[in-house]
Ligand binder design. Structure first.
Ligand code: NAD
Ligand code: 6OD
Length: 491
């Protein structure tokens, strides 16, 4: 747990092993009190180009010649270095996001190290796909496919789990032998830059990991996606942004991997373990102030249990400890920005206009201290909305859910699947047969039964519909971050 708050003062781009200042700067704001914690150097088109060229040079140098065993060893060293500088990462992440230090210490920073270890271990086990071929006209051959890096990969990430989501892509990209140019969210630039120091300490050659800071459209993000020497783009963020990026990269036919938004459902059956389910659903709704793409914003509860469940979740929401991220007891931090709070509040207002009953929250908490300058919001529960309401259909990305009753299993499945998204779902029941059956009906990239956000990094991760294109995780990541060259040798 960090002892104090030591904000970074200046956050620079990182190119070819050097920290690079841009001509313009923008402010990095602490969401807990609205204070400016750092000035961030903005990367214009020429700085983005320098980063791409540095990455290309690294591929032609030592990195391009390094074997799998050595690459894996260095990725483990990156993980070691993240663990050594654990408190620095926690402090930087907490200052940027306002998330409770307890959450960053339990989730974000350990996952960053785990991402490097998982892909370092996996890449060493990957064999070659091979076929012994006999043709009808009597020829024979040995076919085997070798894995080659894509080249320079552009990685664009959001602000909700900045280090976790960045390393989730950097680790497999480097394991496959690529060089990367990353553009973290403008809201949360610190840990990507800290990771630059760590990669250098771990012996990752200069130019393999580059960081450019800036915004999306007409800024560093778009410059990356437009760059002709970029070989692939992997992106996590809003579905609309994914659509804009897709349009930009279409001209140069680059591979893309998109992990996008969600409007995830939790289905609670009356035979669930009540206490476990209330705790699990509360976590699925409120973790990280609801700013996890996997969070449940729609909760469907079997009618027999509906009033009791609503009361229990209300109790949870009203007893979550909201406060300073640095206080060990804090469970709920602020939203990321004033603009995002305004967006979430606009949905709170809309819910009332759409006829919702406010079960809990619905507004902004008051502290009587500097936290009033932060971007806090009350955890909120609604009931009574029509399934067609915008608040039930659109991703809000805040600590909020709508709870609706259902009578039959098929009805719950139909309501849960009635969405253009398809990222995650959770099913809560002690009837395992039903758990398996309903889980298989879900149109989602991941469905949890009696748990939520329990991750195995070898499993496929991604979304259907508006929630994304492609899968990452385990071999799926390695398949995205490499190309196969099939070699056919006449015998
Ligand atoms: P966002 O789409 O606004 O921004 C994400 C990143 O894209 C930022 O770095 C931003 O600067 C950049 N960007 C924006 N416009 C761009 C453009 N035209 N070209 C290139 N880059 C551009 O998303 P956000 O607000 O940072 O994050 C919240 C969203 O991310 C939510 O919708 C959430 O569901 C989604 N998300 C999805 C996953 C997942 O795994 N599916 C994970 C986390 C977050
Ligand atoms: O756990 C992961 O690997 C992952 N990509 C989580 C995404 C969370 C979204 O906010």
């Amino acid at each position: 747990m960090p002892q104090g708050f030591h904000p970074v003062k200046s956050i620079l781009n990182y190119i070819g092993g050097e920290f690079v200042r841009g001509n313009l700067e923008f402010a990095d704001v602490n969401p807990a009190d609205g204070s400016v914690i750092a000035q961030v150097s903005h990367a214009d088109e020429s700085i983005v180009d320098q980063a791409v060229q540095a990455a290309r040079k690294a591929l032609r140098g030592a990195w391009g010649r390094l074997g799998v065993r050595d690459r894996a060893q260095r990725l483990h060293k990156v993980a070691d270095a993240i663990e050594t500088r654990f408190d620095d990462f926690v402090q930087a992440e907490v200052a940027d996001t306002g998330k409770p230090a307890a959450v960053a210490s339990r989730l974000d920073v350990p996952r960053a190290a785990a991402n490097f270890r998982a892909f370092a271990d996996l890449i060493k086990t990957v064999g070659l796909e091979s076929f012994y071929t006999e043709t009808p006209d009597g020829k024979s051959a040995l076919n085997y496919a070798v894995r080659k890096p894509l080249g320079v990969v552009g990685i664009i990430t959001p602000w909700n789990l900045p280090l976790l989501l960045l390393t989730w892509k950097v680790a497999p990209a480097l394991a496959c032998g690529n060089a990367v140019v990353v553009k973290p969210s403008e809201e949360t630039p610190a840990t990507a830059t800290l990771l630059a120091e760590v990669t250098a300490e771990a012996g990752i050659p200069h130019g393999v990991y580059n960081v450019v800071h800036g915004f999306g459209p007409n800024s560093a993000g778009e410059c990356l996606t437009r760059h002709p020497d970029m070989n692939a783009i992997t992106f996590t963020g809003e579905s609309q942004t994914g659509a804009a990026i897709m349009k930009t990269v279409a001209a140069s036919v680059k591979p893309v991997s998109f992990e996008l938004g969600g409007k995830n459902a939790a289905i609670v059956f009356a035979d669930c373990d009540f206490e476990d389910t209330v705790n699990g659903v509360a976590e699925a709704v409120f973790l990280n102030t609801g700013q996890v793409c996997l969070c449940a914003e729609r909760v469907y509860v079997e009618r027999a249990m509906f009033p009791r469940f609503v009361e229990a979740l209300k109790h949870k929401a009203e007893h979550l400890r909201i406060g300073s991220p640095l206080d060990c007891a804090t469970e709920l931090g602020p939203l990321i920005s004033a603009a995002h709070r305004e967006k979430v509040l606009s949905y709170y207002r809309l819910a009332s206009e759409e006829g919702a009953t406010v079960v809990a929250g619905g507004g902004v908490p008051e502290f009587g201290n500097t936290l009033d300058k932060g971007f806090y919001i009350q955890p909120t529960i609604y009931t009574g909305l029509a399934e067609s309401a915008r608040c039930v259909k659109e991703e809000i990305f805040g600590p909020v859910c709508h709870i609706a009753p259902f009578d039959a299993e098929e009805e719950a499945v139909a309501m849960a699947n009635d969405t253009r998204y398809g990222l995650a779902a959770s099913i809560w029941t002690t009837n395992l047969k039903r758990g398996h059956r309903v889980a298989q009906e879900m149109n989602a990239g991941i469905t949890w039964v009696n748990c939520w956000f329990l991750r195995d990094l070898r499993t496929p991760f991604g979304g259907m519909g508006l929630s994304g294109i492609g899968r990452e995780g385990g071999m799926h990541s390695l398949n995205f971050y490499s190309e196969l060259n099939n070699i056919c040798v006449r015998l």
